[in-house]
Design a protein around this ligand. Structure first.
Ligand code: ADP
Ligand code: MG
Length: 732
């Protein structure tokens, strides 16, 4: 082990990866865009007009693709991908494991004894049957049908990765339950489209026929040298360090943020960008993040389904490209204690097929009323379903970030900026029922009409809020870096859909009772503003005062994943998903079960790893050093005699004592930890098990770590087996 640390450091000192892996960027990156995507342009080239129209209708209006047309599309996809060097195809999907999955099948099909063709048919394009038994299913699969199948999602374009044609797909059981992230997301997107389009057409703009939710994510990550990474068993197995004293120089100086990007990292980024652009992922932004060796990448926003696929694809691509540059990429939310963790902001908005952003104020009062409608409804949706949003971002890794002064707390609140807040306060005063012509004019001129100006010079930014309005979109800031965006996007779009439907019903009822449309809208919005006030918070979300204030307001602060998950099966949430046809009750139970199990598994693995490292690496190393000290003390005694050595060996003897103290703490706490693991595992259901891991296992981590980190400071650096934080974080 200690060997491994020094071998890794030595290797690193000998190599100059900056030169070895220098990357040339082609002059015109734009010419590479979508090179490896079965894009609209490629389709036009390869498909008959009929097939082209059919797939466009499927993409734009969800119309079914006929089997014979699917055959044509399959042949075109095959010809195109073979011309690009592909030999295999796969249904590319996102099971609940959290990573992407693919099972490659060859185009090559032998027939007779000595002949073969390259074959790909509509049937193969539409459906594939991977062995579903090893994917999480939360008990769904066990009941009576073990198989599952993947089905082509034509709304997300096929692409080529290496030599494989990848076909974005959903994954469902034979009994029809969804087993992945994409299928429910598509349903939620459909629901919000329907509900939002209805509002647009009925009250604002007859020309709108589709509303498309948009997502622009920002992905944070760490890069660690591969050899150093390999020398840390905790990083390799759990994706995070479980032990390690913080370096003398951490992020205190904030000198990394937006600083110049190290050359070796730059090479990685350049290659990543080229590959992303070829895959149609419109990456545009890159910079250093707050912590040392932490970076961020963001694309142009896209429609949600494609953006989610692109984020999953990019994470996969990042790991591959990092490997080439002798880096290992860390998506864990908290790989290093005492150093900022990583998140993934999800910027969300709604666009119409007429090219408008519904969360962007317009040029006239009518457009502004439309903006206010969607804006206030979104706030109300977040208010009503705050816990569900919290659930959607819950994971063992994210628990370390939320509320730790580096990410928003686990309390869901909204930030809209003082000026918009002022507008809502004005709207709150709107009189009940009918308005006089003067009141209407006043409202239009002085409240609604002012919004564009407000937003133009609105520089209000609050980075401590989990749900912040940033001028023309909401930014969901509490998502973990390793998460699949689909989960939070499914919830966001579902709660928006539900809220939009309710709004439409309420406004229509008022119109029915004799109010004008505008009046009805104002009346309903006024009530929503009142209702949603208690989640609106403009102050510092990281502060202790907010936690206290939020408690007074009756807001939940679900600090841990088990706490959050205990809210997931609230009848209100089940009713929401059932009404919108997104999840059945059974699917929700299954998903809750999967998440609880995953949580327990993650903590159990971390616990085993910390116990192993503490016993097999830390204690032996500490004793070795202690023996050296003992030898030293003995020697001093021999040379200087009984009295004088007492003074000379004072420090050594105190160290010997301290080491013994820490060694025995570690030993005792590791035993306690192992007992706690066994106890947790013996729980009869997954909820109790997760709670036990959370409350009874996790506390031992810090106890073991404290003593280990103290020892790290005492023991001779040459003996210390684990690569240190300063080496992991500052070596480039
Ligand atoms: P910051 O880091 O300050 O949050 P960035 O400019 O890095 O800001 O990120 C803004 C993100 O918002 C980008 O990913 C961008 O694609 C996204 N975005 C911009 N407009 C929209 C929109 N209408 N819908 C969804 N996302 C959007
Ligand atoms: Mg951001």
């Amino acid at each position: 082990m200690s060997n491994l640390r020094f071998k890794a450091l030595e290797l690193l000192s000998q190599k100059d990866y900056r030169k070895e892996n220098a990357v040339e960027v082609p002059a015109k990156l734009s010419s590479l865009f979508c090179e490896n995507v079965f894009s609209e342009e490629t389709m036009r080239e390869y498909l008959t007009k009929e097939a082209f129209m059919s797939i466009q209708n499927a993409i734009k209006s969800g119309l079914k693709i006929q089997r014979d047309v699917a055959d044509q599309i399959a042949v075109a996809m095959k010809d195109w991908s073979i011309s690009k060097g592909a030999t295999h195809y796969t249904h590319w999907f996102q099971p609940l494991t959290g990573s992407t999955a693919e099972k490659h099948d060859s185009f090559f099909t032998p027939f007779e004894s000595d002949r073969a063709i390259d074959r790909f048919s509509g049937g193969m394009l539409i459906q594939q049957e991977p062995d579903a038994s090893s994917f999480p299913n939360g008990g769904i699969r066990n009941t009576f049908e073990a198989r599952g199948y993947t089905a082509w999602d034509p709304t997300s374009p096929a692409f080529i990765m290496g030599t494989t044609l990848c076909i974005p797909s959903i994954f469902i059981s034979y009994t029809g339950e969804t087993l992945d992230y994409k299928a429910p997301l598509l349903r939620a997107l459909h629901a919000v489209d329907e509900a939002a389009t209805d509002i647009c057409r009925s009250y604002f703009d007859k020309n709108v026929t589709k509303v498309i939710p948009t997502l622009g994510w920002e992905q944070e990550y760490f890069l660690v040298d591969s050899a150093l990474y390999q020398s840390r068993p905790d990083l390799v197995i759990t994706g995070k360090t479980l032990l390690g004293h913080s370096p003398a120089k951490g992020q205190q100086l904030d000198d990394h943020y937006f600083g110049s990007i190290p050359t070796r990292v730059m090479n990685f980024m350049k290659e990543l960008e080229i590959k992303s652009i070829q895959l149609g992922i419109p990456v545009t932004t890159r910079h250093n993040e707050v912590a040392p060796n932490q970076f961020e990448l963001a694309p142009m926003f896209e429609e949600v389904n494609v953006a989610v696929d692109h984020n999953s694809l990019l994470m996969d691509l990042m790991a591959r490209v990092a490997h080439k540059h002798h880096f290992h990429i860390l998506f864990h939310e908290k790989p290093f204690a005492g150093v900022n963790g990583s998140g993934k902001h999800n910027n969300w908005s709604l666009a119409t097929d007429t090219g408008e952003n519904l969360l962007s104020p317009g040029k006239n009062p009518k457009k502004n009323l439309q903006f206010l409608t969607f804006f206030v409804n979104t706030l109300k949706a977040v208010h009503d379903y705050a816990d569900l949003l919290r659930v959607s971002i819950a994971s063992a890794g994210n628990d370390h970030r939320l509320g730790a002064n580096e990410a928003p707390p686990a309390i869901i609140s909204t930030f809209i900026g003082s000026q918009l807040f002022g507008v809502l306060e004005e709207l709150e005063k709107v009189k009940d029922g009918k308005l006089s012509p003067e009141e209407k004019t006043d409202l239009k001129l002085n409240v609604v009409g002012k919004i564009p100006n407000i937003l133009l010079d609105n520089t209000d930014r609050n980075r401590t809020s989990p749900f912040a309005f940033t001028g023309n979109k909401f930014e969901i800031r509490a998502v973990g870096s390793s998460a699949n965006c689909a989960e939070v996007m499914t919830v966001m779009n579902a709660i928006a859909a539900k809220q939009f439907k309710t709004f439409k019903i309420e406004v229509d009822a008022l119109v029915e009772s004799g109010l004008k449309k505008d009046e009805a809208i104002f009346n309903v919005l006024r009530e929503y503003i009142k209702d949603s006030k208690n989640i609106m918070f403009e102050g510092d979300g990281y502060s202790e005062e907010w936690a206290i204030e939020a408690a007074k307001r009756g807001l939940n602060n679900l600090k841990t994943t088990p706490e959050a998950l205990s809210r997931e099966l609230d009848p209100k949430f089940i009713a929401l998903f059932e009404e919108l046809g997104i999840y059945t009750h059974r699917e929700m139970e299954a998903r809750n079960e999967i998440k609880l199990e995953k949580y327990s598994t993650v903590i159990a693995i971390e616990a085993r790893v910390i116990a192993d490292i503490a016993r097999n690496h830390i204690i032996p190393c500490a004793l070795k050093y202690q023996n050296r000290l003992i030898e030293n003390v003995k020697g001093l005694k021999e040379i200087f005699g009984d009295t004088e050595y007492q003074t000379l060996a004072k420090e050594q003897m105190s160290l010997i004592r301290d080491i013994s103290g820490h060694v025995s703490i570690i030993k005792v706490e590791v035993e306690n930890l192992l007992e706690a693991i066994e106890n947790a595992k013996s729980k009869s259901n997954s909820r109790e098990m997760a709670e036990s891991f959370c409350e009874e296992v996790i506390p031992f981590f810090a106890k073991i770590r404290n003593s280990s980190d103290e020892l790290e400071m005492m023991v001779d650096d040459e003996l210390w087996p684990l690569t240190k934080y300063r080496e992991l974080l500052f070596t480039r």
